[in-house]
Design a protein around this ligand. Structure first.
Ligand code: AKG
Ligand code: FE2
Length: 361
């Protein structure tokens, strides 16, 4: 997931005297006389300046229903397609999955309602402690990034134990159901990915202790930004965990890095955007790539995205699968590290994958 955050952003009273000193992006945008972004939201690099997306370069689409259609040839063809997508893109669009459009809409609407709660009610969930099971916040620690992100967020630890939200009414049930269904999809994909690596289908489940795997519900709110070229929703990062499942409210903003370019992602309605995260890159000994991605903002519409990272259990020591390591031809490319320790490092804003990647001989 994206690096750490402050509970509330400090705006500069000199440039924005009408804005409360401590605020969220949403409150900032809705404040009287708001027309320009405070300087502390300005990022050094223009988010779109390196945009060289090629319209023919579209991320691969995987049909989930073909994995379990009962036809073994179809299954092995889809597994090959997943393998190729994971190696060449690290991202794919998943269609015909088992999560209903109604549930996806309900969870996005629920997030919208949550972010529309009065500030005092949201602040009940504000916390600096990154391990607090339910956490509302905004911005970023300026010690790391030097500028604030143009997004507010809600994070809920959903597995191994689901943490219930008290408001808005009925939201918690929808989030829980959505997380459960997303986890089922992730587990099926991880079976296919185990097979694509040449293992039996339960290999990753067992090796990563997925029965007590860590799953997070992370909702991002990107209010319209009057100067979208100066601000950044979430700067370039890779996700921790094995697989992230992402949905959005029909407003685009995700960009992924592919062959050195930033590509805009335009998901079809009712699809999951699935990405390989750091721990699948590690486990696969670099066969699959955890790809840099970022969220840009726009001046017109509020964007909501929901990312569900599915990871190993927190106490799992993650290293390249021994079967994929050969000291002669394919040496281990990563130093083993416990998932929880890795997350602690990442939550401090340190680029972890680089730290544990071993130089290729
Ligand atoms: O909002 C998006 O499209 C990306 C969100 C994301 O990358 C994250 O939450 O880690
Ligand atoms: Fe991400």
């Amino acid at each position: 997931m994206a690096p750490p955050t402050e509970v509330l952003v400090q705006t500069s009273p000199e440039t924005h005297p009408h804005v409360p000193k401590r605020t969220t992006v949403k409150a900032l945008v809705e404040s009287d006389g708001f027309t320009s972004i405070p300087s502390n939201y300005s990022c050094a690099t223009h988010p779109n300046e390196s945009d060289a997306s090629d319209p023919n370069d579209t991320i691969p689409t995987i049909d989930f229903s073909l994995l379990n259609s009962g036809d073994p040839h179809q299954r092995s063809k889809v597994i090959q397609d997943i393998d190729k997508a994971c190696q060449e893109w690290g991202f794919f669009m998943l269609v015909n999955h088992d999560v209903s459009e109604t549930l996806m809409k309900a969870v996005l609407d629920g997030c919208n309602e949550f972010f529309n709660l009065p500030m005092e009610e949201k602040l009940e969930f504000a916390a600096k402690d990154v391990w607090k099971p339910i956490r509302f916040g905004t911005g970023v620690d300026t010690k790391v990034e030097k500028f604030f992100f143009w997004r507010d967020f809600l994070k809920v630890i959903a597995h191994p134990e689901f943490h219930s939200l008290s408001k808005p009414q009925g939201f918690s049930e929808v989030v829980q159901e959505y997380c459960k269904r997303s986890q089922e999809v992730a587990m099926e994909l991880l079976k296919a990915i185990s097979e694509s690596l040449g293992f039996e289908e339960s290999y990753i489940e067992k090796a990563m202790n997925l029965k007590s795997g860590f799953q997070l519900f992370a909702a991002n709110l990107y209010p319209p930004c009057p100067q979208p070229d100066l601000a950044m929703g979430i700067p370039a990062h890779t996700d921790h965990g094995l697989l992230t499942l992402l949905i959005e409210n029909g407003i685009r903003g995700l960009q992924i890095q592919h062959n050195g370019n930033w590509i805009h992602v335009n998901p079809l309605p009712n699809t999951f955007l699935v990405n390989i995260a750091d721990h699948l890159e590690i486990l696969s000994n670099g066969r699959f790539k955890s790809i840099m991605h970022r969220a840009v903002v726009n001046s017109q519409s509020t964007r909501i995205s929901i990312a569900i990272p599915n990871g190993p259990s927190l106490d799992t020591m993650v290293s390249p699968a021994p079967e994929l390591v050969d000291n002669e031809s394919r040496p281990a490319a990563y130093i083993p590290m416990k998932y929880k320790d890795y997350m602690d490092l990442q939550l401090e804003g340190k680029p972890c994958l680089e730290r544990i990647r071993l130089p290729v001989a």
